[in-house]
Design a protein around this ligand. Structure first.
Ligand code: PLP
Length: 386
């Protein structure tokens, strides 16, 4: 059976060209980049080349890029590192209530240790009002962390507007851009951010490697202690193949950013238009246009998202209900609840995310199979009035 993949937001396949670029760094150029001999220096050069690629992609300086083990570490470093460094100035942190757990959990831990955290709500379509942030900034506010685009519903936040407010008020501004880097423009000056998290496996690079952009002059404490790698900002031997893969993945995205986004938007919009035509009692979660080019998220009344996923999987279609990180949890998505959905509707969600290798025939196959699955599940549901 041919399988089709609609879960690119969870992770994307590593581009074979990225794998080729990584290969020499496992055996031929295996040196520790911190070693002074030539083995080490070859690896060091590859890391610096990758750093230059990331910096160019973000419109930043190479010394402003710190490599990490992925999006989670970048987000944790931003929150804990800033909170520790800026504590003498204040203890107030602002985040949104639809952040990824990689931001939400550190914020909760900081709250328990005495910081005060404000959770900004979103409107029914999942968008934050920058003025709501402006209103609650106080002299004690030290960090604003708002994600660029949401991983479940794909909504893109007005980051540049929030950045302008943060600058006016002198507050450090971090964005989790894990879902946007490599997909839509993410120049740090245009976004007006001081810190930005990214993760390679979301843009066809390898898993387990990411980066944190830290604007020059930003005070931040280190998060991983040990050696003095990454200019003393992060300990641990560099993941040379991963870092090379990250840089190469961005080099490959760069010239085709707009083209890939346009192609994916066509597929996305076909799904968004066709599902409600074929299936009654369903609606789109998130904003109709301020959303990632690759994201579709629907709620279907009377049934559970998990059952839809399992039935699709039997037919070779991989999709998800929301975040892969919490898919084993029975709790409804905090993002869907934040939109005002009832628990029942939040449980009935289906996220379909497309990517570099998605094809129109995959979309057609999905649209052919989905209505029958929904009908079958509804007939079995005690909640279904029909
Ligand atoms: N932030 C967002 C918005 C994400 O979607 C993810 C991964 O799904 C992460 C952070 C965590 O990234 P990683 O898997 O690289 O740790």
């Amino acid at each position: 059976m041919e399988r089709v993949y609609f879960d690119y937001a969870a992770t994307a396949p590593t581009d074979p060209r990225v794998i080729e670029a990584m290969k020499p760094y496992f055996f031929d150029y295996f040196g520790n980049p911190s070693s002074l001999h030539s083995f080490g220096q070859e690896a060091r050069q590859a890391i610096e080349n990758s750093r230059a690629s990331v910096a160019q992609f973000l419109g930043a300086k190479p010394e402003e890029i710190m490599f990490t083990s992925g999006g989670t570490e970048s987000d944790n470093t931003a929150l804990f590192g800033l909170a520790q460094a800026l504590e003498p100035k204040g203890n107030h942190i602002i985040i949104s209530n639809i952040e990824h757990h990689a931001v939400l959990e550190p914020a909760k831990i900081l709250e328990k240790s005495g910081f005060s955290v404000s959770y900004i709500p979103v409107d029914k379509q999942g968008i934050i009002d920058p003025q709501a942030i402006k209103k609650i900034i106080s002299p004690k506010t030290i960090i604003i962390s708002i994600m660029h685009a949401n991983n479940e519903i794909g909504t893109i936040q007005p980051i540049a507007e929030i950045g302008a407010i943060a600058r006016e008020k002198g507050v450090i501004f971090h964005t989790d851009a894990v879902q946007t880097v490599g997909h839509i423009p993410t120049k740090v000056d245009d976004l007006k951010v001081d810190l930005l998290s990214l993760s390679a496996h979301k843009f066809y690079g390898p898993k387990g490697v990411g980066a944190l952009y830290i604007r020059k002059g930003t005070r931040i404490s280190r998060f991983l202690h040990g050696g003095d790698q990454e200019a003393g900002k992060r300990a641990s031997t560099h993941n040379t193949p991963g870092i090379v893969g990250l840089g190469e993945a961005l080099n490959l995205c760069s010239p085709f950013l707009e083209k890939e986004a346009k192609e994916q938007t066509v597929l996305r919009d076909k799904i968004i238009k066709t599902i409600p035509e074929k299936i009654p009692d369903c609606f789109l979660n998130g904003h109709p246009s301020k959303r990632l080019p690759n994201n579709v998220n629907f709620s279907f009344k009377y049934i559970e998202g998990e059952s839809i996923i399992l039935n699709l999987d039997i037919l070779g279609i991989a999709a998800s209900t929301g975040s892969a990180c919490t898919s084993s949890s029975l709790e409804p998505s905090h993002v869907l609840l934040a939109l005002g959905l009832t628990h029942e509707l939040a449980h009935g969600s289906l996220r379909l995310t497309i990517g570099r290798w998605s094809k129109i025939k995959d979309v057609d196959y999905l649209l052919e199979q989905l209505p029958a699955i929904i009908e079958k599940l509804r007939k079995m549901s005690p909640l279904y009035p029909g």
